[in-house]
Design a protein around this ligand. Structure first.
Ligand SMILES: Cc1cc2nc3c(=O)[nH]c(=O)nc-3n(C[C@H](O)[C@H](O)[C@H](O)COP(=O)(O)OP(=O)(O)OC[C@H]3O[C@@H](n4cnc5c(N)ncnc54)[C@H](O)[C@@H]3O)c2cc1C
Length: 384
């Protein structure tokens, strides 16, 4: 049975699925709303755990999986510290790996580089500047997709992979929504140089403040001269996550902050941290700094028999506290690929396949959301 799949969204989840479908010999096109691949910096680090690595290895050809491994940061230990940088031994999020040099270790990928790996070899099937706004089921059970520019395309299956706050998900999985926890995360990066080496240990430092946590990750890369995808310059990634009050923000305040207001929020959040660390968080050297609300998906259920399904943050947005969001999106990609392959090989109906995938995905993603809530409570007394 030949099948044509449309994927809405070229994020980590959508691109990993595209690679999986390519490997399985299933026809696909990805439509992405961003004008181009480099439209947004997406410059922070992303921790890929063992499950994420397995999913990538299932979906990617061997050379691209090797490119992912080769462009990940050098593994190093994780340290939990108080605001005076003294070791803490009673704070630990279950999903963290104590020492990345142990197996199975997390691999720290640069998000932009990982996306470059994921789009390699499928560039012609990823169409940018296409905002997929809706769909309708045709009498022959194919799906017609509509774009903001008035264009339409038809396929056998639409996969919604367009990230958090997806209006598309709400139409096929009614009841899906986002719970805003009232907590926020600010992240950014600075160059990792000799001067900064004096300040921090190589590895991950998690600093526990009052109702706030700072995560600082050294991203040092191996350089392989003939690599197909090259990593960026070494950098230091940081994220501050916690209750709004710790950033001096009101509960209902808009997060569209001016640069000075963002700097002020960072200053307040890091007030108790050693003064020597301040230049890491604010100042001209800091790039790609952004503020995002911490939200969790409330997951709805499929409404009808439309040949549409959903994956990634579009159905399971979660706090970054446990580092599970992207890993779960990659797991969706591997799971959906395997189910679709089974349909083609066994002749199982597409609807049965989608229901099997969704039962599995909704179970493990609900567990990941719960683990993220637990991680948030430990990191910054989230009270979610
Ligand atoms: C600071 C921070 C740190 C994080 N760290 C980690 C970590 O270490 N490990 C981890 O596992 N997770 C982490 N996460 C979570 C992770 O980033 C997300 O879970 C992951 O990006 C979700 O992937 P996705 O493909 O579902 O969605 P996205 O990556 O959001 O991609 C969705 C894509 O769809 C596109 N799109 C939107 N609307 C449309 C439309 N109508 N038509 C076409 N395209 C559309 C968007 O432009 C986007 O490119 C972190 C998140 C944050 C904020």
């Amino acid at each position: 049975m030949a099948m044509k799949v449309i994927i809405a969204g070229a994020g980590l989840g959508g691109l990993c699925l595209a690679q999986g479908l390519k490997k399985a010999g299933i026809d696909f096109t990805v439509y992405e709303k961003d004008a181009a691949f480099n439209s947004r910096t997406q410059g922070y680090r992303i921790r890929i755990d063992y499950s994420g690595q397995e999913s990538l290895s299932t979906c990617l050809p061997a050379d691209l999986y090797a490119a992912f491994e080769n462009t990940a940061a050098v593994p190093a230990p994780v340290y939990t510290l108080d605001t005076r940088m003294q070791a803490l031994d009673n704070k630990w999020v279950d999903q963290w790996i104590k020492d990345e040099r142990e197996i199975p270790a997390d691999l720290k990928a640069d998000r932009h580089t990982l996306r470059r790996v994921l789009i390699s070899g499928i560039e012609q099937q990823v169409i940018f500047d296409r905002d997929l706004t809706g769909y309708s089921v045709q009498p022959d059970q194919t799906i017609q997709c509509f774009f903001a520019d008035g264009e339409t395309v038809t396929a056998d299956l639409l996969v919604i992979a367009n990230g958090a706050a997806s209006a598309l998900t709400a139409s096929c999985f009614p009841g899906t929504g986002l719970h805003d926890t009232g907590n926020v995360c600010i992240y950014g990066k600075v160059q990792w140089d000799e001067q900064r080496r004096q300040l921090l240990q190589q590895g991950t430092s998690v600093i526990f403040g009052e109702n706030i946590a700072g995560i600082i990750d050294v991203m040092e890369f191996n350089r392989i001269s003939d690599a197909a995808v090259t990593p960026p310059e070494d950098y230091l990634y940081w994220a501050l996550i916690g209750q709004r009050s710790s950033f001096g923000l009101q509960q209902d305040q808009s997060l569209r902050l001016s640069v000075p207001a963002l700097q002020q929020a960072i200053g307040q959040a890091t007030e108790a941290f050693p003064a020597a660390l301040s230049p890491l968080f604010s100042g001209a050297a800091v790039t790609a700094s952004a503020i995002v609300p911490v939200r969790h998906s409330v997951q709805g259920r499929r409404a009808d028999n439309a040949p549409v399904t959903v994956m990634g943050d579009a159905i399971h947005t979660m706090s970054p506290a446990a580092g599970l969001g992207a890993n779960t999106a990659l797991r969706d990609a591997a799971a959906l690929t395997a189910h679709l392959k089974k349909t083609i090989d066994s002749g199982l109906s597409l609807m049965e396949t989608l229901r099997n995938y969704e039962d599995q995905m909704l179970t493990y993603s609900a567990a990941a959301i719960a683990a993220s809530k637990k991680g948030s409570a430990l990191l910054y007394n989230s009270g979610e």
